[in-house]
Design a protein. Sequence first.
Length: 322
Amino acid sequence: MAEQAEPQPGLSLAGAVDLGALKHKVDAEPGQAGGAPAAGGYVIDTTEASFPAMVQTSTTFPILLLLWIPTDDRLFPLARALAQAVNGQEGKIQLARVDIQANPQIAQALQAQGAPALYALLAGRPMPILEGLPSAEELQQITDQLIPQVIQLAQQQGITGSAPYQESSQAGQDGPVAGAGTGDQALPPEHQEAHRLAQEGDYAGAAQAYEKLMEADPQDALATREHAKALLMARSAQADLRQVRQDAADKPGDVQAQLAAADVDMIGGKVDDALGRLIDFISAHKDQMAPAHDRLLEYFAMLEPTDARLAQARRRLATALY
C-alpha cells in the first residue's frame, strides 16, 4: 500500500492481477448469484463518459476509486469489503468502481497497468492507496483505518459534503437497499434507453428521453424522478464548485447564483442546504420567486414521498409563499 499525499507518475502495479486470467472469469452479472457485488448505497459504477463528472464531485465529498474487473472472482472479496466499509460511513465517502477492461482510458490516465488498483480522490487529485491484491491484514487496515483517515483529510481540506445515496435493485451484503432500484434488471423496458444515456454521462439526452416518457404517461413517477436528476446533472455536473459558492456568497439577491449553488448542494448530497437556500431566497425575494419555486419542485421530485426532509420543506415553502 501507499499513503502518499500526491499522485506519483508511473505507478508500478507489480502485484496487479493479470488481465488475461480468463480461468477466473465469472459470466454472471453483478448482483446475480455467483457474480460480482452490485453497486448501490454509496457505491457507484463509473465509465469513461461519466468519469469527469465523478471526479468533479470529489470537490464536494471524498471518493474511493477502485479499478477492477467485475468478471474476475478474485476481486470480489476486495470489492465487497470496500463496499461494506464505505456504506458504513453513511455518505461521508463514496466508492466509485471502474471496469478497466471496458474503460481502458481511465486506467491509462492513472498509468495503471492492471487491476486491482485503489485511489482516494480529493478535489480531483488522485492519491494511490493500493497496488495489487491486498493481504487480509492490509485489507483490514484499509477498511478500518485508512478510509476514516481519508474522510478526516477531506474534512481538513473543507470537503465536507455527503455523497448521494444510490438505489439498488439488488439486496445483499453491499449495503442497505432503499425502495425499488434503477438497475437495468429492475427497469421497465421503455426506461432502458434513458437509463443507459444517464449511465454513460449523456444527461441532456437522458433528460429528453425521460421527458418523452413523462409525456406518454404523466403518472410515471420513476420517469419524473429520473428526469429531475438528469436535468440537475446536465446543468451542474461540470460546475466549478468553488466559483459557484463564491458567486452565491457575493450575490445573495441573484437568483441564478443561488440556483447554481443549490444545484451543487444537491449533487453533493446536501439536500437540506439546497432546499433551505431556495426557500430562504423565496422568502426574501418574492419578485424573483418563480425560478426558485420551479427548481424546488424539481428537487421535490427527486425525494421519496416518505422523506422527512420533503415534508419539512413543503411546510417551510408554504409559509414562505403565504
